[in-house]
Ligand binder design. Structure first.
Ligand code: E4P
Length: 273
């Protein structure tokens, strides 16, 4: 199972890659905005092109997803080619993130623009990570269009299900993979009971039809959810740095360290000098 860092902050990406086991990076326009705002707040001058080049270099040849911001197929294809031509030569690791369907309030676009863009880019050999996946059928279509990765947004799906059920929750709160009952009824979104269930259903469809597209569990907010993404058979999980740090932590590990450090005998230390 591959682990990506979900961040556009260079210092976070460096910290994660220094561990030696990172397999890639995902960014999106909101993460890019946070990174740039942080730099500006610190009074740093930024050249965004150079900044992205540094991210690609730190990622050491592992996939780095950079997202388009246009909403028509034509616009997304133009932008994707530009990003790919400009940045892929740096470390040969650019993946273009395309929303499965760019339709949203205020945008006069057709429902297939994202899929059309994916198909064109895939035919040109530009690798695509299809983003904003909230149903297994969206994932199936993205894979058929030629996406290399599909990104189900597990955390946002959990948020959506619990919000609709009137639950109160914090962004990092765990929500069970098997879903929850309210008034003796399992709450769900058109047959999806949780974000991890969304990932698992995509996995099942891809396995059933032997579809060559990796399932990238995205929008993960805590360690238990990341474990469940692994158990659901996702190929990749992308995690914010705080979750990557939490993955390695346990109270009993820390407690055990205190005991071992206390019991070090000088003879042993001498031997290992
Ligand atoms: C990554 O590819 C996604 O854009 C990201 O995981 C979304 O996470 P969020 O739902 O926490 O914003």
């Amino acid at each position: 199972m591959k682990i990506f860092i979900d961040s556009a902050k260079l210092d976070e990406i460096e910290e994660a890659f220094n561990c030696g086991f990172m397999d890639g990076v995902t960014t999106n326009p909101s993460l890019m905005k946070q990174a740039v705002e942080d730099l500006k707040a610190r009074g740093e001058d930024i050249d965004l092109a150079q900044y992205i080049e540094k991210i690609l270099t730190v990622a050491r040849g592992t996939p780095v997803s950079l997202e388009v911001t246009e909403v028509t197929a034509e616009g997304m294809i133009r932008q994707a080619r530009k990003i790919y031509e400009r940045f892929n030569p740096v470390a040969d690791n650019v993946y273009i993130k395309i929303p499965v369907n760019p339709v949203h309030e205020g945008a006069e676009v057709g429902p297939f623009e994202g899929l059309q863009a994916i198909k064109t880019l895939a035919d040109e050999g530009i690798p695509v990570n299809c983003t904003l996946i909230f149903t297994p059928e969206q994932a199936l279509l993205a894979a058929k269009a030629g996406a290399k990765f599909v990104s189900p947004f597990a955390g946002r799906m959990d948020d959506h299900i619990r919000k609709n059920a009137g639950m109160e929750f914090g962004k990092k709160d765990y929500y069970p993979a098997e879903g929850k009952e309210v008034d003796d009824k399992l709450i769900e979104d058109n047959g999806i009971v949780s974000g991890i269930d969304l990932c698992a259903q995509i996995r099942e469809i891809f396995d059933t039809y032997d579809i060559d597209c990796e399932v990238l569990a995205a929008s993960l907010r805590n360690t238990r959810q990341s474990r469940e993404a692994a158990l659901a058979g996702c190929d990749i999980m992308t995690l914010p740095l705080y979750v990557i740090r939490d993955l390695v932590d346990h109270y009993k590990t820390r407690e055990g360290m205190v005991g071992f450090i206390k019991d070090i005998i000088p003879e042993y230390e001498e031997l290992t000098k």
